[in-house]
Design a protein around this ligand. Structure first.
Ligand code: MN
Length: 371
């Protein structure tokens, strides 16, 4: 099965059993079916989404001979039905959705199914299983949250084509999305191959810098800039090339706002939790949550920010004592038009404006009981 040598050789499907391989078959059938079809990839806007979108693009290209269109997609885009609208507008015949837990919302997946033939590659909870969904739960013993989409995409593509030049792109997903411990060997071998300095905190290495750049550009909510960055990474031979981009200037402005909001939130620290309403022209609730989570591992962090009729929620619990995906989902699933979920230690969601005050009251009530 394994043809191409790569640093992941040891960690790849070498020991996959027939049941695991059977689970992957519908994916490869879907890739084969893109031949001669107009194909688009909707990928999450964060480092892991960028990473997996770019790698899967390369795999589709090997079948279609053409670069599929990349559509960076945020969770608020999902709420606004952007995926369905773009499929229709661009007459996409085949669609891959990656690093977005779209299966959580049956109403939306049904709408997408009416428009086109699609496939989901994801590593969040498996909400609604079907043939056109693969998540680690279906083919691996590795916990889904430790198996970033960038690495899944790399492993899937490696079965068919040589993607070893994209190993550093896969590392962006690993570093950006909780995969460092699980994929330590892969990271170490990749850094060794390019002679990059490794540090205990991979966020402080060269690929960490690229992740920070992605997160900052993501925070601008400016789809043109986000798309530009995804194309820069796709075409770049190295992370150094990405870091030369003029988009770096925007990063400085965004990071300044993040630091300000973290400081404001910390003034409101409660015994067991921090609840912060983040107000900024940038969409920085995610990074603010992450920083607060790292600094306060024993507290539950929830941040909320308003955008276009919705409140977007982000939550963290570093020590794993409470599952924040359950916390958020237990509330959002009872609210019409809301969504929520993610990983046990990092989750998010969105709540329609008119239900926000009730959501806030209810979640604070629960947070008060958290130790
Ligand atoms: Mn991810």
């Amino acid at each position: 099965m394994l043809v191409h040598e790569s640093p992941t050789k040891k960690e790849r499907r070498g020991n996959a059993n027939s049941q695991e391989l059977r689970a992957l078959l519908p994916f490869y059938e879907f890739i084969d079916s893109t031949k001669g079809k107009k194909t688009g990839i909707f990928h999450h806007t964060d480092p892991d989404g960028m990473s997996s979108g770019i790698i899967l693009s390369r795999l589709v290209q090997s079948t279609t001979g053409k670069k599929p269109e990349l559509y960076p997609t945020s969770y608020s885009d999902v709420q606004k039905e952007t995926i369905t609208k773009l499929i229709r507008k661009n007459k996409l015949e085949k669609v891959i959705i990656v690093d977005i837990a779209i299966d959580e919302q049956k109403i939306r997946t049904e709408k997408i199914s009416k428009e086109t033939s699609w496939f989901l590659v994801d590593h969040h909870e498996l909400y609604n299983d079907s043939k056109n969904v693969i998540k680690p739960q279906k083919f691996s013993d590795i916990p889904a949250s430790s198996y970033p989409c960038g690495k899944i995409a790399y492993d899937l593509a490696s079965q068919k084509i040589d993607v070893t030049k994209l190993d550093w792109v896969a590392c962006l997903g690993i570093i950006g999305d909780f995969g460092i411990q699980q994929w330590k060997t892969f990271l170490e071998e990749t850094y060794k191959k390019y002679r990059w300095e490794t540090k205990e905190k991979y966020f402080e290495t060269i690929l960490g810098d690229v992740c920070k750049l992605i997160t900052s550009i993501e925070a601008t909510n400016d789809i043109k800039k986000i798309k530009k960055l995804s194309l820069i990474i796709e075409d770049a031979e190295s992370p150094q090339e990405v870091l030369k981009s003029p988009l770096k200037k925007i990063q400085e402005a965004v990071e300044k706002e993040i630091n300000r909001e973290v400081a404001t939130a910390e003034k409101n620290t409660k015994n067991n939790y921090i609840y912060a309403e983040v107000k900024s022209k940038y969409n920085i609730k995610g990074p603010v949550s992450t920083i607060l989570g790292v600094k306060n591992p024993n507290k539950t962090i929830v941040t909320a920010s308003y955008e276009d009729k919705f409140y977007n929620i982000s939550s963290r619990r570093q020590d794993g004592k409470y599952s924040v995906s359950e916390l958020i989902n237990s509330l959002t699933r009872k609210i019409p038009g809301a969504m929520g979920g993610g990983h046990p230690n990092a989750a998010g969601g969105s709540v329609p404006e008119k239900y926000y005050e009730k959501f806030k009251k209810d979640i604070i009530k629960i947070l008060e009981t958290h130790e």
